[in-house]
Write a protein that binds this ligand. Structure first.
Ligand code: ATP
Length: 336
């Protein structure tokens, strides 16, 4: 049995994690979930956004499947998501961007993957009030932090037969911080002569992605640019409802959709669970259950191919539970 901490989150978190649970229950008997609640409900009931039991469970299982959690302003955390990534040093945020046949978008056959550094940059949380007129935020970039994420991107490229790594920066302006990231990238690329290496400035990268996303393969970048590029790329393949992610560190891993808790549609049974289900497939890959992951992706694919199964974000009318049932049927089971 593989022990997993499942955090339901808030907003649409409970809806998409319940969908994931139903689908995974049909796919395999090998996962043992400890279900945890965190987020605004916990704050109301227990006076804390993340009860201690959540951390205890994560430390015991070391694998987390997580729904989105919103962080109310003024509750001690800047962001629960950022706090968890930092606490468990989940430095590698991996976001595959794949066109889905049947899902309308401006481009076809996009297959790229973003490696976003997950622990540094302007997310360091170091902000100061200098005076009434002035605020400072500190951008932290380290050689060690840059090395491990860029190395992860190159290793992934080599293992998965990818041809090119594109490093994204703004070193023409941030000469020390982005300059360090860029130089580390150049040094590491020498060890991978089989993989093309290119560097692009973030503004040009945004334009190139919109003009011709198919020119990219593996993208590696710092935390903030990675956040923005992921949403841009999500828009190229159908939106936030279809983009999963893995946060990987040394010995800890957390899988979650890229989207937030979407309070505008919470509780309406209309959220698209695809991003969450694809995050489950990434989890299954991580625990070595590659065949099960492939079955899940195949089932999802067959469901998404039919417009009648699309949820509102993809222009359809299918509900979250209806979509989940369709995936369960495609796997060959019924919801329990
Ligand atoms: P955060 O700052 O927490 O990342 P956000 O403000 O960027 O969140 P999201 O919560 O990700 O925003 O939502 C952005 C938009 O995308 C909203 O209109 C939301 O309804 C929509 N959206 C996000 N996820 C889904 C989903 N799974 N299904 C359908 N629509 C979604």
């Amino acid at each position: 049995m593989i022990d997993i901490t499942l955090i339901r989150g808030d907003g649409i978190g409970p809806e998409v994690t319940d969908s994931a649970r139903k689908v995974l229950d049909i796919l395999t008997d090998d996962l043992n979930f400890t279900v945890m609640n965190a987020g605004s409900d916990m704050l109301e009931k227990h006076g804390t956004l993340v009860p201690e039991a959540v951390f205890e469970s994560i430390e015991a299982t070391r694998i987390v499947l997580k729904g989105p959690i919103m962080t109310p302003i003024g509750e001690g955390f800047r962001s629960i998501n950022v706090m968890l990534r930092k606490k468990y040093d989940l430095y590698s945020n991996i976001r595959p961007i794949l066109s889905i046949p049947g899902v309308k978008s401006r481009y076809e056959a996009i297959d790229l993957i973003i490696f976003r550094e997950n622990t540094e940059d302007l997310y360091s949380g170091i902000e100061t009030i200098v005076d009434d007129d002035t605020r400072h935020a500190i951008k932290v970039i380290t050689r060690s932090g840059s090395t491990r994420i860029i190395q992860a991107a190159f290793d992934y490229a080599r293992e998965h037969g990818r041809k090119k790594v594109t490093l994204v920066h703004k070193a023409n302006i941030m000469k020390e911080t982005d300059g360090l990231f860029l130089n580390v990238g150049r040094d590491i690329s020498v060890n991978y002569p089989d993989i093309l290496f290119e560097t692009l400035i973030i503004d040009n990268m945004c334009m190139q992605l919109v003009l011709n996303p198919n020119q990219f393969d593996v993208i590696v970048t710092m935390n903030l640019y990675g956040d923005i590029l992921s949403d841009l790329c999500a828009g190229l393949v159908g939106g936030l409802g279809v983009i999963p992610s893995a946060n990987i560190g040394n010995g800890f891993a957390m899988f979650e959709p890229v989207h937030g808790s979407a309070p505008d549609i919470a509780g309406k049974n209309i959220a698209n669970p695809t991003a969450m289900l694809l995050s489950c497939a990434m989890l299954l890959d991580y625990v070595g259950k590659k065949e099960t992951a492939a079955r899940l992706r195949k089932a999802l694919q067959s469901v998404l191919e039919k417009a009648e199964n699309h949820t509102a974000d993809l222009g359809g009318t299918r509900t979250t539970t209806g979509f989940t049932e369709a995936v369960c049927m495609a796997i060959g089971g019924v919801t329990r």
